[in-house]
Design a protein around this ligand. Structure first.
Ligand code: XCC
Length: 652
């Protein structure tokens, strides 16, 4: 069991500043003085949180309840229907997986629709920016590519992706099977966890968790694993089609933290997840730069929050304003004219903060509206027009901000970063050393002991931990111990904000082997890089965890082993969302040890706890490490890597 001290956690004083981010601390002081309520205050107000919910033993699936599990014996130890703790915990957990799968995959569906509409001539503002990627993806999913135009091929790729959402036969999702190794395909077929179609697996989870259906916790969890593998299918579709439409990322320099905001620019924050919107805003802003200048501004300043921020960082070097938990604090700088949002991780609490500073909050998706905000419907047939309207709204808001002389406060904290490491970009770096077998550069470095292995950094912010403390401590500890790190999502925004995505961090924190490895990579590539390489390699948004799956698949194939033998681990130091639950589950089902640093609601059932932390290992080779102490977590991740690397060398 992890070192969770729940009693201490809930006794923490109300005014505690729960972050190590100096910019957030500065703004939190201001919001406190001015009674502006943010997530940090709401977190305190929620304490102590309901212990039943916290442990996953509150059942609200039917309204005969809510039922809570009290004790281990007698009628109170079961729900009204007789459901035991293990059934309730497992049902709640797999419903979270279905929620995560829905979010990632519906985001993917939007992209498939844009690609399809583009091929049909109905999305004139979009184009195929990476035809090579289109051809690589088409080939991988089994399409004939010779003699076909980009648009014809785009339509065929979109059609296969649509099938992955709604196939009625059981051969398995093509975007999954095309990207995993043979042994994993066999494993999923044997364990009946190969997803048939994305929508189908979500529906099946909702069905089997309905009152009076599946009560077997192991059977429930296997259903959740199948749905989580549907989740990674949707993520892969999202990544592949984003690259086709907007370009496959290459190394790019930028900056992160609230200091990137320039009060003399028309400031727009893009927030949410879908590049269909954010990329269009970025492209259109370039064209409307003169209008902003005519209004007296230095230009248009776009910065990003959450994963849509990561999308435009990766492809355009758009700076990161902050990560999920500090989204309201960015508004409280007073310098943001418009925040434009699409889907996921957008706090409804933003609206009140925007009101305090006259920031225009603009929603764009019909499924994601916030009372009191502006809504500009964003359809792919008129995407550019909507983007123009949003930018002109920002220019008007800027004029108003300057005319009224509203004060701004921008904490002077920002750090340089290098991002843009798609799998293609990473392999390209390796290819400069070994053009015939690029991935061998990485696997050889592990076998000869130069680096300890690879760790994927992923996931959100959760105030259960001190904001961004787990992220930064784990990165530093793994670096010291020569772990090569790749990552996605808000953890990489945290790393960037704290100066961990640049070469200075290599000099400061990398162990000798890791430093030698990163230096060697740089030396072989310095002609094409504008700066030295970073301590950790930013691979994109959360759907781009699919790039990380591709990385361990490449490594497993190069080593001629199944994934559970690859010295590869993952961590979500401050996991929070349903999407994180789905990701963690397919990571484990891939055969990777996966640490989570904020406690998921599983503690109410010893049986489920042992399934996810132990039995999963026997079946899939991966398992969860649930550990809230970042130093302990780093030790456990390092031990897992050491064991795998040792075994690998013994069998070489
Ligand atoms: Fe949301 Fe993707 Fe989590 Fe950040 S990492 S809090 S899910 S934005 Ni995806």
């Amino acid at each position: 069991k992890p070192s969770v001290d729940r009693k201490n956690r809930i006794k923490e004083p109300k005014n505690i500043m729960r972050t190590v981010d100096p910019a957030a601390l500065e703004i939190l002081e201001y919001t406190k003085e001015n009674n502006i309520i943010t997530a940090f205050d709401r977190w305190s107000a929620q304490q102590p949180q309901c212990a039943f919910g916290y442990q996953g033993i509150c059942c609200r699936i039917c309204f005969a309840g809510p039922c809570r599990i009290k004790g281990v014996e007698g009628p109170g130890s079961m729900g009204i229907c007789g459901a035991r703790d293990y059934t309730i915990v497992a049902r709640n957990a797999i419903r979270m997986m279905a929620g995560g799968c829905s979010a990632h995959s519906d985001h993917g569906r939007e992209l498939v629709e844009v690609l399809y509409h583009l091929a049909e001539g109905h999305a004139p503002d979009y184009e195929v920016r990476d035809p090579d990627k289109l051809r690589r993806v088409a080939k991988k999913i089994g399409l004939e590519i010779e003699g076909k135009s980009d648009l014809d091929l785009a339509k065929e790729v979109a059609e296969v992706a649509f099938e992955d959402y709604g196939r009625h036969t059981s051969e398995g999702c093509k975007f999954l099977k095309a990207n995993i190794c043979e042994k994993r395909i066999k494993k999923y077929e044997e364990t009946d966890t190969m997803p048939r179609a994305i929508d189908r697996e979500v529906v099946e989870v909702m069905h089997r968790t309905h009152v009076g259906v599946d009560a077997d916790p192991v059977n429930l969890i296997f259903g959740g694993i199948k749905c989580s593998l549907a989740d990674v299918t949707g993520e892969h579709i999202s990544t592949d089609i984003s690259d086709i439409l907007f370009g496959t990322p290459k190394p790019v320099m930028s900056e992160a933290n609230l200091g990137v905001i320039d009060p003399d620019k028309v400031n727009i924050i893009v927030h949410g997840h879908n590049p269909v919107l954010s990329q269009m805003v970025v492209d259109t802003a370039r064209e409307l730069e003169e209008e902003a200048k005519a209004a007296g501004a230095k230009g248009i300043g776009i910065s990003g929050i959450c994963c849509t921020g990561n999308e435009v960082l990766m492809r355009n070097g758009v700076p990161i304003a902050t990560s999920y938990m500090a989204q309201e604090l960015a508004i409280a700088t007073g310098a943001i004219d418009v925040m434009v949002v699409d889907v996921q991780c957008i706090m409804p609490g933003l609206r009140n903060v925007c009101e305090c500073f006259n920031t225009k909050l603009v929603t764009t998706m019909s499924i994601s509206k916030i009372p009191g905000s502006y809504h500009f419907s964003f359809e792919d047939s008129k995407a550019k027009k909507s983007a123009e309207a949003i930018i002109r709204l920002a220019i008007e808001a800027y004029k108003d901000r300057k005319n009224t002389g509203r004060p701004v406060r921008i904490p002077q904290f920002k750090n340089k970063l290098m991002a843009g490491f798609s799998l293609e970009a990473l392999l390209d770096l390796f290819a400069a050393i070994n053009p015939d077998n690029p991935i061998k550069v990485l696997t050889d470095a592990i076998i000869n002991g130069e680096i300890a292995g690879v760790c994927a950094l992923a996931g959100c912010n959760n105030l259960e931990a001190v904001y961004e403390k787990n992220h930064t401590e784990i990165v530093k500890e793994l670096a010291k111990n020569n772990v090569f790190m790749v990552g996605t999502g808000c953890v990489m925004q945290a790393a960037a904000k704290h100066g961990l995505l640049n070469y200075e961090a290599v000099e400061k924190y990398a162990g000798p082997g890791l430093k030698r490895f990163i230096d060697r990579l740089y030396e072989a590539n310095k002609d094409k890089l504008s700066d030295k390489l970073p301590l950790a390699f930013h691979m994109g948004s959360c759907v781009d965890n699919s790039r990380i799956l591709d990385l361990w698949t490449e490594m497993a194939n190069a080593l001629n082993v199944d994934v559970p033998k690859v010295p590869f681990v993952a961590t979500a130091p401050e996991g929070m969302s349903e999407k994180a639950v789905a990701i963690g589950t397919w990571v484990v089902a891939s055969g990777i040890p996966c640490h989570v640093g904020a406690m998921p609601p599983l503690e109410g059932s010893n049986l489920v706890w042992s399934v996810v932390t132990c039995i999963a290992h026997d079946v899939f080779g991966g398992y969860f490490i649930l550990e809230t102490d970042p130093q302990e977590a780093a030790k456990k991740l390092l031990a897992a890597l050491e064991y795998r690397a040792w075994k690998l060398k013994v069998h070489m």
